[in-house]
Ligand binder design. Structure first.
Ligand SMILES: CC(C)(COP(=O)(O)OP(=O)(O)OC[C@H]1O[C@@H](n2cnc3c(N)ncnc32)[C@H](O)[C@@H]1OP(=O)(O)O)[C@@H](O)C(=O)NCCC(=O)NCCS
Length: 159
């Protein structure tokens, strides 16, 4: 495909330790209660599937997936506030779902704040549905906020 000169180039690749300062910066600008740099480092060290979306050499978003015993869990999915509504969140989610399918995962889960209407719209669009509620799961400005647990069944390509 021929791209126009003005169109930024973007790709999804594995997250590296050198990415963590940019990733943490996006995290701090995106969440009221952000993960620390150390949490991202631990995800890499634990061997979780960590990906970034790079746009013209800068990180525009990231996703983190853990896989165990035939189940997967999306631990984080985030796009730089400057680059939202450009389709990057959906591309990152597609990449994560592909990794989960490659790992022969049968079902994929995530937690989301019920107040996060944007993320809920994205997950519903991609076929996730609510399966449970975890009371007082999230830190909130006043007290705690419940989490909605969403899930999607997957069929591996090579089964
Ligand atoms: C949720 C998030 C990742 C979406 O990323 P994004 O790149 O802006 O989303 P996309 O452009 O790929 O949009 C994909 C879908 O998301 C939903 N969506 C995106 N922006 C939306 C908005 N402003 N309002 C409502 N729905 C929206 C739509 O369903 C959209 O599909 P459509 O374009 O066909 O309508 C992004 O808003 C984000 O990083 N939020 C902060 C971090 C966060 O809350 N992460 C989820 C934690 S569980």
């Amino acid at each position: 495909m021929i791209r126009s000169i003005a169109e930024p180039s973007s790709r999804i690749r594995a997250m590296a330790h050198d990415d963590l300062s940019m990733v943490s910066d996006i995290e701090r600008r995106s969440y009221e209660f952000p993960w620390s740099h150390g949490v991202f480092r631990d995800c890499l060290l634990a061997g979780y599937h960590c990906v970034v979306l790079e746009r013209d050499g800068r990180i525009a978003g990231y996703g983190i997936l853990s896989v165990a015993a035939g189940e997967a869990h999306i631990l984080n999915l985030c796009v730089d506030p400057n680059y939202r509504s450009l389709g990057y969140g959906e591309r990152l989610l597609d990449a994560i779902l592909l990794q989960a399918r490659s790992a022969k995962v049968r079902e994929i889960f995530l937690e989301v704040r019920p107040s996060n209407v944007t993320a809920l719209a994205l997950y519903r669009k991609k076929g996730f549905h609510k399966v449970a509620r975890r009371p007082a799961y999230y830190q909130a400005t006043e007290g705690r906020e419940d989490a909605a647990v969403l899930a999607k069944k997957l069929i591996s390509y090579d089964r």
